[in-house]
Design a protein around this ligand. Structure first.
Ligand SMILES: NC(=O)c1ccc[n+]([C@@H]2O[C@H](COP(=O)([O-])OP(=O)(O)OC[C@H]3O[C@@H](n4cnc5c(N)ncnc54)[C@H](O)[C@@H]3O)[C@@H](O)[C@H]2O)c1
Length: 263
């Protein structure tokens, strides 16, 4: 029997990369999942792969109504909601302050924060009434950039630090009914894009830079992680049985807390 048997989850950005890997593991563990993503193509692929175990909603996490639609599908099709996973995100491709125009910083801030921060707050707002009924929980995808500099430029690092604030404040506000936690993965080759307003939406991180090699060469453990390396923490935090004492925490899976030992 899976550890998430009779669990219903909403996963934002579940169309590819880490979100797709979490969806796959959740299904393996017995959960039923609603994926909210902006890509119709990725959602069609998820529906084909999982059949009735996974429902999809096309929309943007930046709109409350789209988050609410995903939660309604969980309620109407699967009978309720136990776990909300806020995961959809944008990266700034480590654009530095000097390399950014004022226009890029201005419009890029709005677009990136709208997804990485507002998207998490609106998702939480849509999910909270349902999670209160089930004594469920939220798990948010942060990043090494939520804890350390150098995992992005100023916009991304600030947005992921803000995500930590969202987690801590909501853990405080929503206790004792709803647990709120986060996972901080490190770099991985995915379809992660940047803001259109900064001309960073055309290429994914995996094609734009050798992210695996960069992580291998700069982290203490010297490995190239993939999305599947990070999913176990979502099962742990999402499961009411396995982590009922845990709220307001971030599990740092990035390995970047320890400097690389000189050769
Ligand atoms: N890839 C990395 O190196 C890395 C490292 C640390 C943290 N993260 C974080 O992991 C999370 C997932 O990113 P990923 O690397 O799997 O990238 P990804 O692009 O493969 O997956 C993100 C998904 O979110 C969807 N999405 C983007 N904007 C959306 C919106 N406004 N509304 C709905 N869906 C939207 C995309 O279509 C995509 O399917 C992000 O929060 C990211 O910041 C990624």
């Amino acid at each position: 029997m899976g550890r998430l048997e009779s669990t219903v989850a909403v996963i934002t950005g579940g169309g590819s990369g880490l979100g797709a890997a979490i969806t796959s593991r959740f299904v393996e563990e017995g959960a039923r999942v609603v994926v909210l993503d902006r890509s119709a193509e990725k959602l069609a692929a998820a529906e084909n792969r999982y059949g009735g175990t996974v429902r999809t909603v096309r929309g943007s996490v930046t709109a409350f109504a789209d988050n609410a639609r995903a939660c309604s599908v969980a309620e109407n099709e699967f009978g309720g909601l136990d776990v909300f996973i806020g995961n959809a995100g944008l990266w700034d491709f480590s654009r530095t302050l000097f390399d950014s125009t004022p226009e890029h910083l201005d419009a890029g801030f709005d677009e990136l924060f709208a997804v990485n921060v507002k998207g998490y707050v609106l998702g939480a707002k849509a999910a909270a009434p349902l999670l209160r009924r089930t004594r469920g929980n939220m798990v948010f995808t942060l990043s090494n950039a939520a804890l350390y500099p150098g995992g992005g430029g100023v916009l991304y690092t600030a947005s992921k630090h803000a995500g930590l604030g969202v987690v801590r404040q909501l853990a405080y506000e929503l206790a004792p009914e709803i647990r709120v936690n986060a996972v901080a993965p490190g770099g991985m080759a995915t379809d992660l894009r940047g803001p259109e307003a900064m001309d960073l939406s055309d290429q994914p991180i995996g094609a734009a830079i050798p992210i695996g090699k960069i992580v291998r060469e700069n982290s203490a453990l010297g490995i190239e992680p993939c999305a599947e390396d990070y999913v176990e923490a979502y099962v742990l935090l999402g499961s009411g049985r396995e982590s009922r004492t845990v709220t307001g925490t971030v599990i740092d899976l990035s390995g970047f807390g320890i400097p690389r030992r000189p050769a």
